[in-house]
Design a protein around this ligand. Structure first.
Ligand code: HEC
Length: 157
C-alpha cells in the first residue's frame, strides 16, 4: 500500500510537471494575438454575411437573425480576450497600446458594441427591413468607434 501510494504521488508529480509548460504557453502573447484576431475575423464574417443579404447579393433574409445572434454572442467576449496586455508584441498585431493605457475607454467601446449587437438581434427578430437597416448601420458604427482609437492602420505592403 505504502509503496503504491508513493508511486502514485510520483506519477501525479510527473503529470503536473508535464502540464506546467502548457499553462505558460496558454498565456503566450503570440497565441493570444492569433486567437483574438481570429475571433475578430469571425465577427467580420458575420457582418459581411448580413451585408451581402441586405445588398441583395444573395437571398436568405430569414437568416439575418442567425448571423446577428452569432455576432452578439461573440461581442460579449471582446473585453475578456483583450485583457492580456500584448503591447510588447507588435508582430502580427494591430492593437494599439491605448487599449491597456485607457482600458476604461476600451471597455466602454466594447460595451457599446454589445448593446448595438443586442439591438441588431431584436431588429432582426422583427423581420422588418425598416428596423434592420438602421440597427445594422448603428452596429457598423461601433466597429469604427473602437478601431479608430484602438487599432493601428493597416501597413502598406
Ligand atoms: C472594443 C473594440 C472593438 C470593437 C467594438 C470591434 N473591434 Fe475589430 N478589432 C479591434 C482591435 C483592437 C483589433 C486589432 C487586433 C490585433 O491585431 O491585435 C481588431 C481587429 C479586427 C479584425 C481583424 C483583421 C484586421 O484587419 O485587423 C477584423 C476583421 C475586425 N476587427 C472586424 C470588426 C468588426 C466588423 C466589428 C464590428 C461589427 C469590430 N471589429 C468591432 C477592436 C474592436
Amino acid at each position: 500500500m505504502k509503496i503504491q501510494f508513493k508511486l502514485s504521488c510520483l506519477v501525479l508529480f510527473g503529470v503536473l510537471l508535464f502540464l506546467m509548460p502548457l499553462q505558460v504557453t496558454a498565456a503566450d502573447d503570440k497565441a493570444a494575438i492569433t486567437y483574438r484576431v481570429r475571433v475578430m475575423k469571425g465577427i467580420g464574417a458575420n457582418m459581411h454575411s448580413i451585408g451581402d443579404i441586405l445588398k441583395g447579393k444573395v437571398d436568405h433574409k430569414e437568416l439575418i437573425v442567425h448571423y446577428a445572434k452569432a455576432l452578439n454572442e461573440t461581442s460579449k467576449t471582446v473585453t475578456t480576450i483583450f485583457k492580456q496586455d500584448t503591447s510588447k508584441s507588435k508582430k502580427n498585431s494591430r492593437s494599439k497600446n491605448a487599449i491597456w493605457e485607457k482600458w476604461g475607454d476600451f471597455e466602454k467601446e466594447s460595451n457599446a458594441f454589445v448593446k448595438a449587437s443586442t439591438n441588431m438581434v431584436k431588429a432582426a427578430e422583427t423581420g422588418d427591413m425598416a428596423n434592420i437597416g438602421p440597427a445594422m448601420k448603428k452596429l457598423g458604427e461601433t466597429c469604427g468607434d473602437c478601431h479608430k482609437p484602438f487599432r493601428e492602420k493597416k501597413k502598406k505592403k
